[in-house]
Design a protein around this ligand. Structure first.
Ligand SMILES: O=C(O)CCC(=O)C(=O)O
Length: 271
């Protein structure tokens, strides 16, 4: 029997990190994973993405969405190894502490591979998609190799989660234009940096973010895990949230705390 692929030993989140995350709405943290740990995660995620690529539209196909990345959502349901990664206590505890939450549940995870020639990812706010009645939701972005500026790192509008702009638009070029114009007018500036091997980032659900295009000849491999605070109530889904509602909040009831096995509790304070 193979060893479970989970990362449970803690990473210390300092008060300064938490303060930075709350102020900026995002944080990049180095050395959260070792090179060896990433080498163990990458083949597991590769397998899931390779399978999905068999039926994925090519970059030449019409439309803009699929040109951003190959996306596999709820990949934790694809294999025991993927589940072990998503359930890792190290990451869930960090999300809990950065958000100042009482604990976190899994919203879903996704693998996002930008094959060479992929376009940039348009600016958006994750909570525009998520029918969750909370501000305490966040995403963990785990690069499976170092990400140079040319490969498509994630970038953020600093403090955008605190601007009262809650975009009704999901990822679209028009939605991006409106949002970025509004954020700039409110003094928010973008922050872009490459990621070292082992570095990850967290961003709040209302933080406006995007990723650059992959202009290199190597695949930019990233796995993400999305969390929300335990006790969060399911909100009535807006039209643009219907797909997420069906895919990621199965068995949830509008107006009630989300607590089904489809959104497992991954960390609670005092555990
Ligand atoms: O990796 C990307 O291109 C986009 C990722 C993203 O938007 C997210 O993780 O919320």
């Amino acid at each position: 029997m193979s060893t479970p692929l989970s990362f449970d030993d803690p990473f210390v989140v300092t008060p300064a990190m938490r303060e930075q995350f709350q102020r900026d709405g995002f944080i990049r943290i180095k050395n959260v994973l070792s090179a060896d740990e990433i080498d163990r995660i990458r083949p597991v995620v590769d397998e899931v993405v390779t399978e999905a690529q068999k039926t994925y539209p090519s970059l030449d196909a019409d439309g803009f969405y699929h040109k951003q990345f190959v996306q596999v959502s709820a990949s934790w349901k694809a294999s025991p190894a993927m589940k072990a990664i998503a359930f890792s206590k190290r990451f869930a505890k960090m999300a809990t502490e950065l958000m100042g939450a009482r604990g976190v549940r899994l919203y879903h995870d996704q693998s996002l591979y930008k094959i060479p020639g992929s376009s940039r990812t348009f600016h958006h706010q994750d909570l525009s998609y998520w029918p969750l009645a909370t501000e305490k939701a966040c995403a963990l972005w785990i690069p499976l190799q170092a990400v140079t500026m040319e490969m498509g790192p994630l970038g953020f509008y600093r403090g955008s989660h605190r601007i009262p702009y809650r975009s009704p638009d999901v990822i679209t070029p028009d939605g991006e234009e409106k949002m970025v114009e509004h954020l700039k007018a409110n003094g928010c500036a973008a922050s872009w940096e490459p990621y070292e091997l082992g570095e990850v980032s967290f961003h709040f659900g209302w933080t406006c973010h995007a990723a650059l295009a992959n202009t290199t000849s190597v695949v930019r491999k990233v796995h993400t895990i999305n969390y929300f605070e335990d006790g969060t109530v399911a909100a009535e889904p807006l039209p643009q949230q219907e797909l997420d509602w069906k895919l990621f909040l199965r068995k949830a009831k509008i107006g009630e705390p989300i607590a089904s096995r489809h959104n497992p509790l991954l960390w609670e304070n005092g555990a």
